[in-house]
Design a protein around this ligand. Structure first.
Ligand code: ATP
Ligand code: NCN
Length: 220
């Protein structure tokens, strides 16, 4: 029987989506030979609430993803009220795709380092593999309980993870792009333009809607 193609998920606040997200997701799709879904959080847990509401962040994602088929949008978390816990989303997806198809949760290094604080975090390993993507900046320390999971579950890209639905931890080497949504919002609030940090269509829509603006407006 053929091994089913992995389904990989990049969850995020995407406030707004930028080239750091898009390039990392693209390279993960190629390295894992996976279908990749971008999954905007309705109510992101563990952080201040976004500057733009979920519908607006989805609109920007649609513009960013237009014209290609490899990265797709999954808006399922918008259907749930309350904090968008990833474990609930993975249970839902696992029920849809069955036990065998590899499901891969994509996380930037910063998000992975905080994994032990997530809701029912150990259940994540029962539901999906986790692929950690490097992110520029000082390498964050892993708490001991996360280190123990990595030691028990670490697998190479060429290893046997494709033969399992869940449970391995992989590390992906992706092009380091030092872009964050915080920096993009900061530029807009200061009246500067984040051109070339976000897709043109995303920047155009942000400017048209007047989102993330401080006193002086975006600068181009
Ligand atoms: N430049 C990047 N390179 C690799 N991964 C990234 C990059 N930016 C974001 N990610 C990852 O994408 C996921 C969603 O990130 P998120 O939407 O919070 O973006 P962010 O830029 O970190 O936002 P903020 O600055 O508002 O915290 C996380 O797993 C994060 O680690
Ligand atoms: O499930 C949790 O407890 C949890 C805690 C923090 C973050 N997450 C998810 O991690 C993804 C990235 O989160 P963020 O805050 O870095 O945008 C996004 O899909 C969040 O819903 C999930």
């Amino acid at each position: 029987m053929n091994t089913p193609r992995p389904l990989a998920l990049l969850g995020g606040t995407f406030d707004p989506v930028h080239f750091g997200h898009l390039r990392a997701a693209w390279e993960a799709a190629e390295q894992l030979d996976a279908e990749v879904h971008l999954l905007p959080a309705n109510v992101p847990p563990h952080r201040p609430q976004p500057a733009v509401d979920a519908a607006g962040r989805v609109e920007l994602l649609r513009l960013a993803l237009a014209g290609q088929e490899r990265l797709r949008l999954d808006t399922r978390e918008l259907q749930r009220a309350g904090p968008s816990y990833t474990v609930d989303t993975l249970y839902e997806l696992r029920a849809e795709i069955g036990p065998q198809r590899p499901l891969v949760l994509l996380l930037g290094m910063d998000a992975f380092a905080a994994l032990a604080s997530w809701n029912r975090w150990l259940q994540l390993f029962e539901l999906a593999h986790i692929a950690v993507m490097d992110r520029p900046g000082p390498a964050p320390a892993f708490p001991a309980e996360l280190q123990a999971q990595v030691a028990a579950r670490r697998a190479g890209l060429d290893g046997d993870w494709r033969g399992h639905g869940a449970g391995r931890v992989l590390f992906l080497d992706v092009t380091a792009l030092e872009i964050s949504a915080t920096a993009v919002r900061g530029q807009l609030a200061a009246g500067l333009s984040p051109r070339y940090l976000v897709p043109d269509a995303v920047l155009g829509e942000i400017q048209r809607r007047g989102w993330y603006r401080g006193g002086s407006g975006a600068g181009d």
